[in-house]
Design a protein around this ligand. Structure first.
Ligand code: NAP
Length: 304
């Protein structure tokens, strides 16, 4: 049976930062990752908003972070978490695609995935005109034409953010009323360079090397809009069901956990995008990783 002090689920920024802080607290740290290390940031070309590192490439950032965690002694296992249980002796037992691992504390750093439109061209033009984060990638479209798809707070806030950078922003929404806060809606409707397309869904995204148009289905038929970038903001979805029997998740699946990253299950912490929080960014994921690992180390010191 494999054992570790802190089992970290997810090798994104939160998980790898947790590993760095855990190792530096003299904890044995094991990270489980089912795909590629790095998480969402590997889809960003230039990170312009991480303090002290302007312009760093997302994949490069992830590679250095992974190396830093391994150099400090982290074991990164490319295994999928299948189930997690907590025993009366405080130990957690994880069943993974590679066997079983016992851990004294667990940090869920499972992230959240942007919902996809599922239309033709969306995957093909990822990072070549299709983005899921205006704060991350908006600056590449200075003076250009973009579209935002969605009708919630994220979409409307992204449209307003882009309106300050781009010459023109098309807001594409499948209904004629918005989920976003009233004041945000009013600001969008008052913005001179935002054009709203109601009852519009995305038929396909077109381009050559990069995106050059979006084709909408509207009540009158198809509408083609020439543009440079498309921001999809139709909500995020966490994938936390394997933890639901141990601790409280909110109605949308995020861990109920505050700034201390403690979940409602002792010894189980949630770090990064996967927990309830007002700002999901690289810097807040890193901050969560540091907090969760430090408190996990303290928890282990008190209970083992
Ligand atoms: P959201 O509130 O769930 O809104 C998603 C939007 O995308 C909805 O307008 C929805 O349309 C649309 N949509 C969903 N699936 C679609 C599809 N397949 N095709 C086209 N449109 C689709 O998501 P969110 O904006 O990411 O916000 C998530 C949560 O964070 C919300 O609770 C939000 O209030 C909160 N948030 C708050 C703030 C803030 O307070 N400043 C900022 C950002 C986010 P329908 O309306 O037709 O369903």
């Amino acid at each position: 049976m494999r054992t570790t002090d802190i089992l970290i689920v997810g090798a994104g920024t939160a998980g790898l930062t947790a590993a760095i802080y855990g190792c530096r607290s003299a904890m044995k740290c094991t990270v489980l990752e089912r795909e590629m290390y790095g998480g969402q940031i590997i889809n960003t070309t230039d990170i312009e908003n991480y303090p002290g590192m302007p312009g760093v490439d997302g994949a490069q950032f992830a590679t250095v972070l992974h190396q830093q965690a391994e150099d400090l002694g982290t074991e990164v296992l490319f295994e999928d978490l299948i189930s997690l249980e907590k025993g009366d002796d405080h130990w957690f037992t994880a069943v993974t695609s590679g066997g079983e691992i016992r851990a004294k504390a667990v940090i869920a750093a499972t992230g959240a995935r942007h919902r996809k439109l599922g239309c033709e061209g969306e995957d093909k033009f990822l990072a070549r005109g299709v983005s899921y984060c205006a704060t991350c990638d908006g600056a590449f479209y200075r003076g250009k034409t973009t579209a935002v798809v969605g009708g919630g707070n994220s979409a409307l806030e992204e449209a307003l953010y882009l309106a300050g950078i781009c010459e023109k922003v098309h807001l594409i929404h499948r209904r004629d009323t918005f989920r976003a806060h009233k004041k945000t809606v009013e600001r969008v409707l008052a913005a001179p360079n935002i054009e709203v397309h109601y009852f519009a869904t995305t038929a396909r995204i077109e381009g050559d090397k990069k995106v050059n148009a979006i084709v909408l289905n509207v009540p009158e038929g198809e509408k083609r809009i020439e543009l440079d970038g498309i921001f999809v903001a139709i909500g995020l979805a966490p994938e936390n069901q394997q933890f639901a029997h141990l601790c409280q998740l909110d109605e949308t699946g995020y861990f109920v956990a505050g700034e201390d990253c403690r979940t409602t299950c002792e010894g189980l912490f949630a770090a990064g995008d996967t927990r309830q929080k007002p700002l999901r960014q690289l810097v807040t994921a890193a901050a969560d990783g540091a907090v969760a690992a430090s408190l996990a180390a303290a928890y282990i010191g008190e209970n083992f």
